[in-house]
Design a protein around this ligand. Structure first.
Ligand SMILES: [Zn+2]
Ligand SMILES: [Zn+2]
Length: 331
């Protein structure tokens, strides 16, 4: 636990066995009440860690009056149901994220079928299909779902004590992702929109919207002009230098687009074929495609598709379909 600025605590919670290692939740002090931003996985290690850190601050779950979720990925939303019960806090999230709760965490069959079809038309070989289709099902156990009491659309102000956070709708990493901006203190609570060294995963999938990378780059331009002293991200560490980091991330995606365009110069390829040919995260770059975990393969494929579709939107790439499979080629 660190008090990153007076009245705002960063409470990192463990994410065992994944390379991100932890998620940062943030606790904001009001007048005898607290706002919690994001929650961590619904698992013993994360829950115990949160409880211990609240103890250190000297508060109880019941002192939390509001919980805001930046987006409903399991690492940010997992404990929401339990914490809502324990605290009686009002749970708030963007409307679009609310609409994912049922299909991802309650009635999942429909989305799993859509995913199978999606992977199939994008060139995943039949023998790999079941594993890639089911790659995120294991995450379900880390989520205790709860519906929000407060629906956000962007533009609202969330007040607690002397803090007034403006809700910024920043679609891209997830279609209903939000950041919270405190203009007086010049603080940006960034969720997974901007991280200090990792580029957040942007994937094209049945619920992503048609051009998530385009949405993401537009959302970077929403935060870029803000006057920000300190960025409080959902992973890694607090940092400064918003504008240079935004430029770095934009350049990264441009380079990635160029690299991907190169792979389809000679012949049209499926998203899957392209994904197997390009380099991946530094952590897994040394690993050959066949040795990647199914989760990583799927993330890699969906990221590749997001790049291909963003280039299609900007007129650099065409999509052709043959034998119910989608191929991409230079325009
Ligand atoms: Zn996320
Ligand atoms: Zn995250």
């Amino acid at each position: 636990m660190t008090e990153v600025v007076p009245g705002i605590y960063q409470l990192p919670l463990p994410l065992p066995n994944i390379y991100l290692k932890h998620i940062n939740t943030y606790l904001v002090q009001g007048n005898n009440e607290y706002l919690l931003i994001d929650t961590g996985w619904n698992m013993k290690e994360a829950f115990d860690s949160l409880k211990k850190q609240l103890d250190e601050i000297g508060i109880d779950f019941k002192d939390i009056s509001q919980i805001v979720i930046t987006h409903v990925h399991p690492d940010h939303y997992g404990l929401a149901g339990r914490l809502k019960q324990l605290s009686q806090a009002k749970l708030a999230m963007h409307l679009i994220e609310r609409d994912f709760i049922d299909s991802r965490y309650i009635n999942m069959d429909n989305l799993l079928q859509q995913m199978e079809q999606w992977l199939h038309i994008n060139g995943v070989p039949t023998d790999e299909l079941p594993k890639l289709q089911m790659a995120s099902v294991g995450m379900r156990k880390f989520v205790a779902p709860a519906l929000p009491d407060v629906i956000l659309r962007g533009g609202e102000t969330i007040s607690i004590g002397s803090f007034s956070f403006k809700v910024l709708w920043t679609p891209g990493h997830s279609p209903g992702h939000i950041c919270l901006y405190e203009p007086t203190q010049e603080i940006l609570i960034a969720g997974d929109h901007i991280l200090p060294t990792i580029t957040p995963n942007i994937g094209l999938h049945p619920q992503s919207g048609s051009n998530p990378l385009g949405d993401y780059l537009n959302s970077l331009n929403i935060v870029k002009p803000l006057s920000v002293n300190l960025i409080l991200p959902g992973h890694e560490h607090a940092f400064t230098g918003l504008q240079p980091r935004v430029d770095e991330i934009s350049q990264h995606h441009e380079q990635r687009n160029a690299e991907i365009l190169e792979t389809i110069k000679a012949e049209a390829k499926t998203g899957y074929q392209v994904a197997t040919e390009i380099t991946w995260l530094p952590e897994i770059a040394e690993t050959s495609w066949q040795d990647l975990a199914s989760e990583d393969k799927r993330i890699a494929l969906l990221e590749t598709l997001a790049h291909l579709e963003s280039m299609r939107f900007s007129g650099k790439v065409d999509k052709v379909s043959k034998d119910s499979t989608i191929y991409y080629q230079p325009a």
